[in-house]
Write a protein that binds this ligand. Structure first.
Ligand SMILES: [Zn+2]
Length: 500
């Protein structure tokens, strides 16, 4: 967005009419520019949604996928029989097999299964994209209405009014009023998003056989989430504001240090304190799978201290695996759903990919980028902090009242900073896909190419992933490259290896 920023406080006597004129011009245009930007982004994303929607209407199985997966089936055919027999005994049975007829056969060729699930995957994708078109339209309408009707100043005034009953004043008790304000905003947000979440979970996911959670579990999760955001979010905001108040001109430096320390603390606490509140983590039982995972970790000098199985099946039959932890204390978590969907060798190949992310520093890079980004954001915020014209445009027009810091921050991030944020998140999405290819290559170089390919296909099949996504849509939204691109890239590597 190219509206210019008043970088200095606006209430100066010098500068005369020109300055006053330009700043009020900025004030007039700020809200229009923000709405314009919101709408342009919305229209662009809506266009992508419609492109993707069209791709879900295709009835022919994508030819490229047919070729690549056909290759995998041929490659594995010869070696599969012997290998699969060996590992069948070592499975740790974990998921309920109530809908067995719909389960993927781990030992059968993949292509016929993909083909038979194609139309189901298309209708699942279609339901999801239709829902997303509807919910994003609602979201942008809500955003614009809230902007035009001054939702933020309205809620701030309400928070002040409630605070006044306890003798709080805006100038002396800004932190307390801010927490009250955020509490109201959070509750309003939770309520307005509730129908959408309920529909997505209990209509779409359920219809396609993924949802495993009850309404009771859903609302318990919500409640836990709200309590956690009060327990961790409130002290965070309170300290952040204190630092801004006390930090002087260079408050962004102290804020930067603080957010860094806070994110390190949260990275430590989340797996130990927060994640167990939502799921059960059990040690992977002794057996060949556990042995081979430790062997792989040892080979790569990955300091694996704990290996868990998580009861993901409690909420959904979607599957996953991830790792976390600091420095010399790493943990790997496998969803119980994953264990029931792919073979041990395939799990190992998938972990080879995950460990590739670690070995090539992707996790560290992401952390550093986030920290640098936060630093820059607060630096630019410090430049606009006193630009009252901006806030006036959004309904905070009483000059006798100081602008609440939280409002300044919210307006800053949702107006001037929004284009920067959109751009960066697009760059990060593109970068993430590059990292995925690199991690695949890492697993391929460990000699697990064919198992990674078949494993990915099976996960894709189980999750009813998009089989022929729109190229624009996937470029903009996908953090992972489309299946067929990953398979083709690995096959290229295989061919190159055979030739050398
Ligand atoms: Zn990955």
């Amino acid at each position: 967005m190219d509206f210019t920023l008043p970088l200095t406080p606006q209430y100066t006597q010098t500068g005369g009419t020109t300055k006053a004129a330009s700043s009020s011009l900025f004030g007039d245009y700020a809200i229009a520019a923000t709405i314009l930007f919101t709408l342009v982004v919305f229209l662009f994303e809506a266009y992508l949604n419609f492109r993707q929607r069209k791709s879900y209407h295709k009835t022919d199985f994508p030819r490229e996928l047919e070729t690549t997966v056909g290759n995998i089936d041929r490659e594995t055919k010869s070696s599969a029989a012997a290998a699969d027999k060996k590992e069948e005994s070592s499975k740790s049975g974990s998921s309920d097999d109530d809908d067995k007829k719909d389960k993927v056969d781990r030992n059968a060729p993949i292509l016929p299964q993909l083909k038979s699930k194609f139309s189901h995957a298309q209708s699942y994708g279609l339901d999801k994209i239709n829902f997303s078109i509807f919910s994003s339209t609602y979201a942008v309408t809500e955003e614009v209405v809230f902007l035009l009707y001054g939702f933020l100043p309205y809620v701030w005034d309400k928070a002040c009014a409630v605070g006044a009953k306890y003798g709080w004043t805006e100038t002396e008790h800004e932190i307390k009023i801010t927490l009250l304000f955020l509490g109201i905003v959070t509750i309003v947000g939770t309520i307005t998003s509730l129908p959408f979440e309920l529909y997505s979970t209990f209509e779409i996911e359920k219809k396609h056989g993924f949802n495993k959670q009850t309404l009771g579990l859903f609302f318990t999760d919500k409640l836990k989430g709200l309590v956690l955001s009060a327990v961790f979010g409130a002290p965070f905001v309170a300290l952040l504001l204190k630092i801004i108040f006390m930090g002087g001109d260079k408050f962004y430096l102290y804020v930067w240090a603080f957010t860094f320390v806070f994110s390190v603390i949260m990275m430590t606490l989340v797996p130990v304190v927060i994640m167990p509140l939502f799921n059960k983590y059990e040690k992977l039982p002794d057996g060949p799978l556990k042995d081979s995972i430790y062997e792989l970790a040892g080979k790569l000098s990955f300091p694996l201290t704990k290996l868990f199985v998580m009861d993901g099946s409690k909420r959904s039959s979607h599957s996953n695996a991830f790792m976390f932890g600091f420095m010399k204390n790493k943990r790997i978590v496998l969803f119980d759903t994953l264990l029931s969907q792919v073979s041990n060798d395939e799990i190992l190949a998938i972990l080879g990919h995950e460990l590739g992310h670690w070995k090539m520093g992707h996790t560290v890079t992401n952390f550093v980028v986030t920290q640098v980004y936060t630093g820059f954001m607060f630096y630019f915020f410090s430049l606009c902090y006193n630009s009252h014209e901006l806030y006036r445009a959004f309904g905070f027009d009483d000059e006798s009242r100081p602008i609440p810091t939280i409002i300044a921050l919210v307006l800053f991030t949702s107006t001037i900073w929004a284009p920067v944020d959109k751009t960066l998140s697009f760059i990060m999405t593109v970068h993430s896909r590059k990292c995925e290819f690199e991690a695949d290559e890492f697993s391929v170089n460990l000699g697990m190419s064919s198992k990674l390919q078949s494993g990915l296909c099976k996960i894709h099949l189980e999750n009813l992933g998009a089989m022929s996504p729109d190229s624009w849509y996937s470029t903009y939204h996908y953090s992972h490259p489309p299946l067929v691109e990953r398979l083709s890239a690995m096959m290229k590597l295989d061919t190159a290896k055979k030739l050398s």
